[in-house]
Design a protein around this ligand. Structure first.
Ligand SMILES: C[S@@+](CC[C@H](N)C(=O)[O-])C[C@H]1O[C@@H](n2cnc3c(N)ncnc32)[C@H](O)[C@@H]1O
Length: 202
């Protein structure tokens, strides 16, 4: 792992460990955004909630440059970006019960059926979510792609480990760049959210 840019760590394929606790000590609240793009949502949240650690996962270097700039300009020491393949990050590099919220906004939809294997969220992701979220931890999804939305919604709503909760309503300063593009075009946006039930849930 190396420091690619200020506030950006890069994980190489050979890296087998992610030093999460160097950034987010055990017990500190942690929230993670997958495919965070230019980091608009995270930068706004990190400024408003300094007691929470935020991690943005992104692979595109141009977007990470913008993320790094936002963290630097806002002196946001509770905000870290990681350059890594997001599926591997959540499946293999995050410890159990480590995060209070996972955000997935406008993931690449890979609309052709033969490309669905490239989607970040496939059914086994329900198991990964149940593993990495703390009890009561929340998952938030927004997408313009109805089929992808319905697929994820059906999996999570049929899974007794999760319960549906109201979706996130983001003020303007927390809207992502893709969200603003779709809103400007008047395209429908599909949102849902789920909470991981605690051990005493029935
Ligand atoms: C459609 S864009 C949405 C960006 C941002 N969430 C937004 O709403 O503005 C999808 C983002 O996810 C990133 N991404 C897609 N697949 C990824 C993967 N497997 N690992 C890391 N980042 C990924 C892309 O580079 C891109 O920035």
């Amino acid at each position: 792992m190396n420091d690619l840019l200020p506030s950006v760590w890069e994980l190489k394929e050979a890296d087998r460990d992610f030093p999460l606790r160097d950034f987010a000590p055990e017990g500190a609240p942690l929230e993670i955004e997958i495919g965070c793009g230019n980091g608009r949502f995270l930068a706004a949240n990190a400024a408003k909630r300094p007691d929470v650690r935020f991690i943005g996962v992104e692979r595109m270097i141009d977007r990470l440059r913008k993320c790094s700039r936002k963290a630097r300009q806002g002196a946001l020491h509770n905000l870290l970006f990681v350059r890594v393949e997001a599926g591997r990050f959540v499946r293999e590099l995050l410890p159990d019960a480590c995060c209070q919220a996972l955000y997935l906004f406008f993931p690449d939809p890979w609309p052709k059926r033969r490309h669905h294997k490239n989607r970040f969220f496939r059914q086994p992701m329900c198991d990964t979510l149940a593993r990495i979220l703390t009890p009561g931890g929340r998952f938030f999804l927004s997408t313009d792609h109805e089929d992808y939305y319905l697929e994820i919604y059906r999996w999570l709503s049929a899974d007794p480990r999760f319960e549906e909760i109201p979706p996130l309503v983001r003020p303007e300063d927390e809207q992502t760049d893709f969200e603003r593009l779709f809103l400007a075009k008047g395209d429908p946006i599909h949102d849902c959210a789920f909470r991981l039930r605690g051990p005493d849930a029935h």
